[in-house]
Unconditional design. Structure first.
Length: 343
């Protein structure tokens, strides 16, 4: 039986074709219309409807490049199912190099949204109704916030044997965090609707980090392959091992001052280790930032200026710390050499 066409925002995509759709979202102050750009690849064969979206936070541009490379990949030819790619959800923030919407709201706290609410609520409702509700599976792409960088990691709510767990393991990021759901996030909404959803967090806002982009593209393709959306499964190697963190916490600045980090992203640290030092500009008053746990540095500040209490180093804890360390080593060696980012 031939596959039915796929309808999105009033546009029809026939089986075996792809189409770019500009979903009208709102108007700028100037009255110029603004759209969320979407590309749909509607395969000839039955399969899942995978939504891959980036830029819910408008300054997280690694995700935009992950989507671009995914859509240029030859591997999605002959797709089973449908791929819905949205490189930039928060188009307002993207134009301003900002995480937020023009009203300072965080779009990832606005779901499920409302058609009669504020701008954030309306954008969330529109994205949900026109795009998210079509999906059977979701991968939501993020980076660290501004001046913060993340080791590539998957965040998901994992229950043993669930589709979400299988997707998380297939992705091949070195670390998986069984992360609490935040009210109002896309992940929270999808989880309540019963749509398996992963969040990929890697790199820094407003930067292209090749070591975050390359594994992001590979990870999305691996998940699609695991779900039977891509051909050639038998020829592919299994994804590199990922370690599940059993918790995480931030080491904070003990005083106001200037930070000199002593550790790198991915470093294994022990409880009490010095992660960095914060000092006044002359170095007279100086205090060490110490790790409160044995673990791995999965996120850190990139700005050397800190106020007392500011979160500087994100430390994940593991039951199997040796395995976590070796998963990170394997991950780093899988990226050697990194491809030319301009290809
Ligand atoms: Zn984000």
């Amino acid at each position: 039986m031939p596959r039915a066409p796929f309808d999105l925002a009033g546009i029809r995509v026939m089986p075996g074709s792809r189409k770019q759709i500009d979903v009208p979202v709102a108007r700028l102050y100037t009255h110029a219309p603004l759209h969320i750009p979407v590309e749909v690849v509607h395969g000839r064969r039955q399969g899942p409807v995978m939504l891959v979206c980036g830029g819910i936070h408008g300054d997280e541009i690694n995700s935009v490049e992950i989507v671009r490379r995914l859509m240029r990949s030859k591997q999605i030819q002959g797709l089973h199912g449908t791929l819905v790619a949205v490189p930039i959800v928060n188009v307002f923030g993207f134009m301003q190099h900002s995480r937020y919407l023009p009203d300072r709201r965080d779009l990832n706290r606005c779901f499920p949204g409302s058609e009669t609410g504020s701008l954030g609520a309306r954008v969330a409702a529109l994205f949900r109704e026109q795009i998210v509700d079509h999906a059977t599976h979701i991968i939501d792409l993020h980076t660290g916030a501004i001046h913060r960088t993340n080791l590539p990691q998957i965040r998901a709510q994992l229950s043993p044997g669930s589709v979400t767990e299988r997707m998380a393991n297939a992705f091949g990021a070195p670390v998986i965090l069984n992360a609490e759901l935040r009210e109002g996030s896309l992940r929270h909404y999808a989880q309540i609707r019963g749509i398996p959803v992963l969040t990929y967090e890697a790199g820094e806002a407003l930067r292209f980090d090749e070591w975050a982009i390359t594994p992001g593209v590979r990870g999305v393709l691996r998940v699609m392959r695991r779900l039977g959306m891509l051909a050639g499964e038998h020829r592919r190697r299994p994804p590199p091992a990922a370690e599940l963190a059993n918790g995480s916490s931030w080491a904070r600045a003990p005083i106001d001052g200037i930070l000199r980090p002593k550790v790198r992203l991915g470093a294994r640290v022990a409880r009490g280790d010095v992660l960095g030092k914060v000092a006044d500009p002359f170095g007279n008053a100086e205090a060490a930032v110490r790790s409160m746990a044995d673990g791995i540095v999965i996120g850190m500040s990139r700005l050397p200026l800190a106020n007392e209490g500011e979160a500087l180093f994100h430390i994940a804890r593991f039951d199997a710390i040796e395995e976590a360390e070796s998963a990170i080593e394997t991950f780093h060696s899988s990226l050697e050499p990194l491809p030319d980012p301009l290809y």
